[in-house]
Design a binder for this molecule. Structure first.
Ligand code: WT7
Length: 647
């Protein structure tokens, strides 16, 4: 992305308006110094805004790299997201305003949501689910997904949400890794006018998931989605809900009890089950939602992420509900049926806070300013960005054409592993620079380090987190060694390696430069190169594969796969298409390679390691650097010539 940033020299700074500052939750820059002087005290103060069943005895127990926050404290996440609002005037406040892609609409108040969560919690109990059991959720972006998550939280079950765009095999692997007992899915979902047959895909997965005892099917479709019901195993959600009591006392959870597992791609072929626990996670999302988005009771808040990703967990469900917010949820694509669907939704519900990804913003730029100009966006007061570096042009466009130069833009850096936002402006305090995520959130300690662990006060290096934070992952499910190896072993075992490159400027502002490991960020989605390579070599015609990211104007990166085929197999367009389809089938459409480049050979070091750096340079059309370590330098020259011929 640094290539994109370089296209525009942008050094304007944007200060929050006096009007914004006047009403902001935080307008005193002193919060940073206060939190830095006593981070544990800072978090403890925030934690007092949550509802506890029993107080904690110690804020932090840090045995690097293992942290326990709010030791001895007891609480329930669903109580914090629902019960405490239902006891107040918020009872009939809208919790979710949902819109389906075909245009159907539903509003659930906090009271409605509370009732349905309690009912579904009882349904789960009726199916034998108890505290600590894992429940897999494979659903479209419908309220029932949030209901099922909160129902799990209420009874202490651990949810594992699998994004509805993942394939049957991906679902199967995640269910098996977590050993889930129950799967909640739907007949299907709608996307760009077509139906995603979730239950059909789930059936495929369920052939090889011995841990699953029960399947619950939400009826999302309007009778237009065929479903095969397996007697004894599958049950309809609405039938179970009809018979379920709305009285369900919450389970008293320990601060460190597991809340959920969410799988994310890493540097190996196998996704990691990131584990988040109760108190620290809830606190992280509560505090950041309140301060970063300056969330108030009269806001209408919309984060466009799918709940299948961490952004949806933290900033569609847990963070905003813990704050008692009104949350807009939209099931479908931004360009369906027309390219102003998002702006239409903002106009219809008077959205005040809007949080989306740079990929979406770059697509809007391409579609032109007439679409947003044709809708009333005057309700907006704050804009957010997440998932990948935002290039200054996109930032400026967003600020001008969506925010009408009135709304602060918060570029928020974080990861599945961090649970909540760690680097971001505070909208009533920070003077923003387009393209920079600015400063660590109060209480968060960040450094840029060299490979060898030396501090980089100004300049580029690797982004590291130097203190534990409440919403940090507590582990990788079932793989304690990998947790230590992956995140805490690069320097010393108290320093977390993010996998990101970053630059810090003279003003101490952070500029995120993208992944430095074998993880790609395509359209804001995290994809492991090894996963795609494994899917490719799984095809009978493929001998070897190497996958790299190539700079892409909209998606940030595109997936570029270099492939060698087996003896006697020809290079053809149809094979390239077949391979793309094969990867989409094995992993999900998000991992479909954009390019397949057939190569006679892949460039390797003398020890046989594929030189991905060179492939990246070829894919980006750059002049090649040093190739002297290659076993056969002519391989690269041939490949580069061929690539330039073909593209
Ligand atoms: C990776 C984490 C954070 C939720 C969505 C993605 C990249 C995320 C930014 C940002 C630059 C960003 C990083 C990070 N990333 N936000 N504001 N600026 N890069 O979560 O799938 O766990 O991916 O996304 O590379 O490591 P994720």
């Amino acid at each position: 992305m640094s290539e994109l940033s370089a296209l525009l020299q942008e050094d304007r700074r944007f200060d929050p308006s006096a009007e914004f500052v006047k009403h902001a939750h935080v307008s005193d820059p002193g919060v940073y110094a206060a939190a830095a002087a006593d981070p544990e005290g800072f978090w403890a103060n925030f934690a007092r805004e949550l509802e506890w069943m029993q107080p904690w005895s110690k804020v932090l127990d840090w045995q690097p790299p293992h942290a326990q926050w709010f030791v001895g404290g007891k609480l329930n996440v669903a109580v914090n997201c629902l019960d405490r609002h239902v006891r107040t005037w918020r009872r009939n406040k809208a919790a979710f305003i949902w819109e389906g892609e075909p245009g159907d609409r539903r509003t659930l108040t906090y009271f409605d949501l509370h009732r349905q969560v309690c009912q579904f919690a009882n349904v789960l109990k009726g199916l034998g689910v108890t505290k600590g059991d894992r429940v897999a959720l494979y659903l479209p972006l419908i309220p029932e997904l949030a209901i099922a998550m909160l129902a799990c939280a209420r009874i202490g079950a651990v949810h594992s949400v699998v994004f509805g765009g993942f394939s049957a095999e991906s679902l199967r692997d995640r269910i098996n890794d977590a050993q889930a007992r129950v799967l909640v899915t739907a007949d299907g979902g709608y996307r760009r006018g077509s139906i995603i047959p979730l239950k059909q895909m789930a059936d495929e997965a369920l052939k090889e998931t011995p841990s699953i005892e029960h399947v619950v099917i939400v009826k999302r479709g309007h009778g237009d989605i065929p479903v095969h019901v397996t007697e004894g195993r599958d049950r309809w959600y609405h039938r179970l809900m009809d018979d379920a009591s709305a009285d369900c006392p919450p389970e008293e959870m320990d601060a460190e009890d597991m809340l959920y597992i969410l799988y994310t791609s890493g540097t190996t072929g196998k996704p990691k089950g990131i584990v988040h626990t109760t108190a620290g996670y809830l606190l992280g999302v509560y505090a950041t939602t309140k301060w970063v988005f300056d969330l108030k009771d009269d806001d209408v808040y919309w984060c466009t992420a799918d709940i299948g990703w961490v952004t949806g967990h933290s900033y569609v469900v847990y963070g905003p509900l813990a704050n008692g917010a009104t949350v807009v949820m939209y099931e479908g694509a931004p360009d369906w049926p027309r390219k102003d669907r998002f702006w239409e939704i903002i106009e219809r519900y008077g959205v005040t806070i809007f949080y989306t990804a740079p990929t979406a913003i770059r697509a809007f730029m391409r579609w032109g300013t007439d679409w947003p100009a044709g809708r009333n966006l005057s309700s907006l007061r704050l804009l957010g960005s997440v998932g990948e570096p935002i290039n200054p042009e996109a930032w400026i466009w967003y600020h001008q054409h969506i925010g009408h130069e009135r709304c602060p833009v918060v570029d928020t850096w974080w990861q599945t592993e961090t649970g909540s936002i760690l680097i971001s402006p505070l909208p009533g305090v920070t003077s923003t620079k387009p393209g920079s995520a600015t400063q660590p959130f109060p209480g968060i300690s960040v450094k840029v380090l060299t490979q060898r662990g030396e501090d980089v006060p100004v300049g580029g290096g690797l982004l590291a987190l130097t203190r534990p934070w409440p919403s940090m992952l507590r582990g990788i499910y079932g793989d304690p060694e990998r947790y230590v190896q992956q995140y805490w072993s690069r320097w010393s075992n108290g320093i977390y390696f993010t996998g990101d490159g970053a630059k810090i400027d003279e003003d101490g502002y952070y500029w995120l430069l993208g992944r430095v490991d074998d993880v790609l960020n395509v359209a804001g989605h995290r994809i492991g190169t090894m996963e795609v390579e494994s899917a490719l070599v799984d095809h009978p015609n493929v001998a070897e594969a190497a996958v790299v990211g190539r700079v892409h104007q909209i998606k940030g990166h595109a997936l570029c796969a270099f492939v060698t085929v087996k003896e006697g197999v020809g290079h053809s367009e149809s094979l390239a298409d077949e391979l793309k389809g094969h990867v989409a089938h094995k992993i999900g459409a998000i991992a479909r390679p954009d390019d397949i480049i057939f190569a006679a050979d892949l460039p390797k070091t003398r020890s046989g390691k594929i030189m991905r750096r060179l492939l990246r340079d070829i894919a980006d059309g750059k002049t090649l650097g040093d190739t002297t370590t290659l076993a056969d330098p002519s391989v690269v020259a041939r490949l580069k010539a061929q690539y330039e011929d073909e593209t």
